[in-house]
Design a binder for this molecule. Structure first.
Ligand code: IPE
Ligand code: IPE
Ligand code: MG
Length: 246
């Protein structure tokens, strides 16, 4: 089993994004309700955040709740929101200890008041930290993010603040929820599913993808290390030839 020491610190991904999937199936395998899986997924979040902090990865983005997840049964949605409030309250200490700044992306005005308030509080209390940035994708959908950006840009065009010829990739990027994040270098999805599920479509244009057949509550530091080692063994060509890079 590989450990953090095996990671090459000179070739770290600057932005790791994770689709934390498989909580429900993990619980079902144990004859429990889906919410039991979500409760146990919180520990994987804590450990993953601490491991990334130890490695000094600058940006970690976690997909916690999608715009599509609102279509789940009400009791599951309510439990997820409740868990979120508890975890935020509890983990503030861990965030400070690791000098982590918390951020969020998504349609914040659709979140219950209690969640939004707790989130805003932790975001503001950790805003002066200078280490890793951990971003929670909450009520997040990439198409919704892009749609909102298009609306904002269209309004600016209508009001003569910007002209259509000047709309470039940088302008689009500044209107996205995730404008403060660099492109994703490594995208990890747990649970064996090999899909993106509406996550960071703009930002993963050149990300390295890593799918692992482990349910999120079982995801541990050595799994993260394997993902990073796989990333470090790949050649990122960005359209060029291998010869051009060497
Ligand atoms: C991921 O686990 C957590 C959320 C999407 C909120 P799931 O709840 O999707 O678990 P599975 O994929 O059904 O096993
Ligand atoms: C993606 O997982 C969203 C999160 C992990 C928060 P889902 O379980 O909702 O994705 P699908 O529906 O299987 O694609
Ligand atoms: Mg799922």
């Amino acid at each position: 089993m590989h450990t953090l020491e095996d990671v090459n610190k000179d070739r770290l991904p600057q932005h790791v994004a994770i689709i934390m999937d498989g909580n429900g199936r993990w619980a079902k395998q144990r004859g429990k309700l889906r919410v039991f899986g979500h409760e146990n997924g919180v520990e994987s979040v804590r450990q993953t955040v601490e491991s990334c902090a130890k490695l000094q990865i600058p940006f970690l983005t976690l997909y916690a709740f999608s715009t599509e997840n609102w279509n789940r049964p009400k009791v599951e949605v309510d439990t997820l929101m409740r868990l979120l409030v508890t975890a935020l309250k509890k983990e503030l200490k861990t965030l400070h200890k690791n000098n982590i700044r918390l951020k969020a992306i998504g349609k914040m005005d659709t979140l219950p008041e209690k969640v939004r308030k707790e989130l805003e509080e932790v975001i503001s209390k950790t805003s002066k930290n200078t280490g890793m940035t951990v971003t929670l994708a909450l009520s997040y959908g990439s198409r919704e993010e892009i749609k909102t950006a298009v609306q904002q840009i269209a309004t600016k065009v209508k009001n003569n603040i910007i002209s259509p010829e000047n709309i470039d990739e940088a302008v689009i990027n500044t209107h996205l929820y995730a404008h403060f994040l660099p492109d994703v270098d490594l995208l990890i999805r747990t649970s064996g599913e090999c899909r993106i599920s509406n996550f960071l479509l703009w930002q993963i244009a050149y990300a390295e993808l890593y799918f692992i057949d482990v349910f999120w509550p079982d995801f541990r530091e050595h799994h993260l290390v394997e993902a990073i080692l796989s990333y470090q063994n790949r050649e990122r060509r960005f359209g060029k030839t291998s010869e051009q890079l060497n």
